[in-house]
Design a protein around this ligand. Structure first.
Ligand code: FE2
Length: 386
C-alpha cells in the first residue's frame, strides 16, 4: 500500500472504487459465499477429520443411500460456513482426474445470488468461460437454480439461487444424522479465499474479477513488500461491492530460491485455491481447541513479538497468549486483525487454513504477509522444496 497519496488522489481513488462497486451491485449482486466444495479421495474420512479437528457439524449427505450412483458427498456446517466434500464412486471419472492432477483440493467456490441465470448471462457476456449453463434442480422441498463459470486453473464459481428451496442443502441431499458430533470451535464465516496463479498471471485474474465480476482491488503487495532472504511473491486482493467476498490472488516473483507459490503450483499442477480463511470471535480459544484436536500450525519466531506493539499499537489481547500460540497481529487504517495459519492439511504441500479475528480492520496489513511467507519458507526447507 502506498502511504504517500495526497487527499485528492485518495478521494479520486475511493470514488473510482465506489463506482466499480456500484456498477457491480447492478449486474452481479452477491449475498455471500454459499459453500466451498472440495474433491477428495475419501469423503467419508475427510468429513471425519473436519468434524473432529475443525468442529464442523454434520449437515447433509448424498450417495448410494440417497439415490446417487456415481458420487458420495458430505456437507458440513459451522456458523455460516458450508464445506462440501465430494468423492467419486466410479473409475475414470472427472472427479478422479481432478484428484489425480491436484490431490484433494477446492473445485467449487459457490456464491449465493438472487438470480443465477442473470449472474451467468452477465459474467459470460463480459468474457467468463461457461462451466454450467443455468440449470434447475428440484425435489419435494422446492427448486434451486445453479449456473457456473471457470476461474483460475480448474477452479469454478457456481452461482446458487435458492430462494425457492427449503431443503437442508440442495436437491438430492438428505439430512445427515450422525451420532458423532464434536463441539464446534467458534468458526463463523469465510473471510477470504486465496488463489495461487502462475507466473505473470496475477494481473490477468485481477482483471477477470474486475471486469467479469465487478470486483475492485483493495490492496496490492509487490515483491518488495513480500520478500524474504531467498524468495518473493506478489499479491493483490479483490473484493466485491459489499465486502463479503474477498479473493486475494498470489503469483510467484523472482528470488534466489523457489518460492512457496512455485512449490504449490508444482504439487497442485497449476493454479488453485491456496488457503481458506475462517473467521472467529475468539482466536485464542479457537486455536487452543484446534491444537488439542491435532491441527498443526506454522511456527512464528519469538522475535516477531519484540517490536510488535510499536508496529500495531494498543491491542485488547494479552501479548503472552498470542505469543504462546504464534498468533500474528497486523493493522490497517481502520483497526487491527489477528491471524494464524495451519500447516498444509494434505500430504501434498498445497492447501492450508487461516484462522482470522478482525478487530476493526477490514483489509490486510503487509507485515503479516511477510511473516507468513517466512514461516512457510522454514517448512519448505524441511520438505527440501525451497
Ligand atoms: Fe489469508
Amino acid at each position: 500500500m502506498e502511504s504517500a497519496k495526497s487527499i485528492d488522489e485518495l478521494q479520486n481513488f475511493n470514488f473510482e472504487i465506489k463506482k466499480i462497486f456500484d456498477d457491480a451491485q447492478d449486474f452481479l449482486p452477491i449475498m455471500g459465499t454459499d459453500y466451498i466444495e472440495l474433491y477428495v479421495g475419501n469423503a467419508k474420512q475427510s468429513a471425519h477429520y473436519y468434524k473432529t479437528a475443525f468442529g464442523f457439524q454434520s449437515e447433509a449427505y448424498a450417495g448410494l443411500e440417497t439415490g446417487k450412483k456415481d458420487i458420495a458427498s458430505y456437507v458440513l456446517k459451522q456458523g455460516k460456513i458450508r464445506l462440501v466434500l465430494t468423492t467419486s464412486l466410479e473409475k475414470g471419472s472427472i472427479i478422479n482426474e481432478h484428484i489425480d492432477n491436484h490431490g484433494d483440493g477446492v473445485k467449487v467456490i459457490a456464491l449465493h445470488v438472487e438470480d443465477a441465470t442473470k449472474a451467468f448471462n452477465e459474467t459470460v457476456k463480459r468474457g467468463a468461460k461457461p462451466y454450467l449453463e443455468p440449470t434447475k434442480e428440484e425435489d419435494e422441498n422446492g427448486s434451486v437454480i445453479k449456473s457456473g463459470i471457470y476461474t483460475y486453473g480448474e477452479t469454478v464459481h457456481l452461482f446458487i439461487e435458492r430462494k425457492n428451496y427449503s431443503g437442508v442443502f440442495l436437491p438430492g441431499y438428505s439430512k445427515w444424522e450422525s451420532h458423532y458430533n464434536p463441539k464446534d470451535i467458534g468458526l463463523k464465516y469465510i473471510d477470504h479465499v486465496v488463489g495461487n496463479v502462475d507466473w505473470d498471471e496475477m494481473n490477468i485474474w485481477c482483471k477477470f474479477y474486475q471486469e467479469v465480476m465487478g470486483f475492485a482491488q483493495i490492496i496490492s503487495f509487490d515483491d518488495k513488500d513480500i520478500s524474504t532472504e531467498f524468495t518473493a511473491l506478489m499479491s493483490k486482493v479483490m473484493s466485491n461491492g459489499n465486502g463479503r467476498i474477498k479473493f486475494p490472488i498470489n503469483e510467484p516473483a523472482d528470488g534466489i530460491k523457489k518460492s512457496q507459490i512455485e512449490e504449490y503450483l508444482d504439487f497442485y499442477n497449476g493454479p488453485g485455491v491456496q488457503h481458506l480463511a475462517l473467521a472467529t470471535d475468539n482466536i485464542a480459544e479457537t486455536v487452543t481447541e484446534m491444537k488439542n484436536r491435532g491441527v498443526e500450525f506454522l511456527y512464528v519466531p519469538e522475535t516477531y513479538y519484540d517490536d510488535l506493539l510499536d508496529r500495531v499499537g494498543e491491542i485488547d489481547e494479552d501479548l503472552s497468549t498470542l505469543k504462546e500460540h504464534g498468533i500474528l497481529i497486523d493493522r490497517d487504517e481502520e483497526g487491527y486483525l489477528l491471524q494464524i495459519f495451519t500447516k498444509p492439511i494434505l500430504d501434498r504441500p498445497t492447501m492450508f487454513f487461516e484462522i482470522i479475528q478482525r478487530k476493526g480492520a477490514q483489509s490486510f496489513g503487509k507485515g503479516n504477509f511477510k511473516a507468513l511467507f517466512s514461516a512457510i519458507e522454514r517448512e519448505q526447507k524441511n520438505r527440501g522444496t525451497l
